[in-house]
Design a protein around this ligand. Sequence first.
Ligand SMILES: Nc1nc2c(ncn2[C@@H]2O[C@H](COP(=O)(O)OP(=O)(O)O)[C@@H](O)[C@H]2O)c(=O)[nH]1
Ligand SMILES: [Mg+2]
Length: 292
Amino acid sequence: MGPPRVAIVGRPNTGKSTFVNRVLGEERMIVSEIPGTTRDPVDTAVVVDGEPMILVDTAGIRRRGAIERGIEQYSVLRAMKAIDRADVAVVMTDAVEGYTAQDAHVIGHVLDAGKGLVVVLNKWDAVEKDEKTADDRLHALRRDAPYLSWADLVFASGKTGARLERVLGEARRVAEERYRRIPTAEVNRVITEAVRDHPPSHVRNRLPKILYATQVAVAPPTFVIFVNDPELIHFSYRRYLENRIRAEHGFLGTPIRLIFRQRVNEAAARRSARPRRSARRAGTATRGGKRG
Ligand SMILES: Nc1nc2c(ncn2[C@@H]2O[C@H](COP(=O)(O)OP(=O)(O)O)[C@@H](O)[C@H]2O)c(=O)[nH]1
Ligand SMILES: [Mg+2]
């Protein structure tokens, strides 16, 4: 894994340009030409805590006010392309205005793309607050957007520079989470205990059986769970298993994927061994016929 590639995105006026300009102006984050780290001239290498990081598509966000009405559509498309080229998206939201449908739309694209996510509640300097405000905000946000339960949320201010480095530090951490692997034995332990604590219930008189699980990919972490019939796995049970994996292994800030695959159990496979073999012969004959 090379330096993490981080896209700063979000709806207009949430403070992306201010944030990026501030990062580029910080001496501690000396912008350096790090050989082989940028694939595109609009990407910028920065140094955060002594480690390189690539800010993706800074050309699209650096100049304040450069994006005007009429080419708004273009900027949305551009943001989506930036997300696709990144490992992690830092989604800027405006803490003064609160969470909007447009913010949810951007985040939806990040999740669909399987990228890491850091949500910034920016302009925190301009929010009237007491000791409880931050907690109240987090609570409200997780209620309005339950899919953010595992997201990494940071209060920050591009204007004052508050938690600028924290935002980028979290982006790096999320990028690493995205590449984490859990050994198969451990995945099975978590899933087995989850099933024991709360077995799936019958669906149309049939009992879902969870047989075996393994992590098959990273970026995003992807788990295949073999079951007797994927159709029997209810959406809420899928979410329960995802929550159990997260409860023990975190993956804070990264989407994880669960794929349910059918696997006939061994006894059933043996019982149906004979008809299966003849079916295979028929299949071979057909393929041979096509070739000839
Ligand atoms: N109070 C406050 N205002 C901010 C902050 N960041 C940006 N702004 C203001 O918000 C407006 C939009 O900022 P800009 O960086 O151009 O947003 P962009 O459209 O996302 O690039 C400008 O008036 C900024 O001065 C912040 O952290 N706090
Ligand atoms: Mg801008």
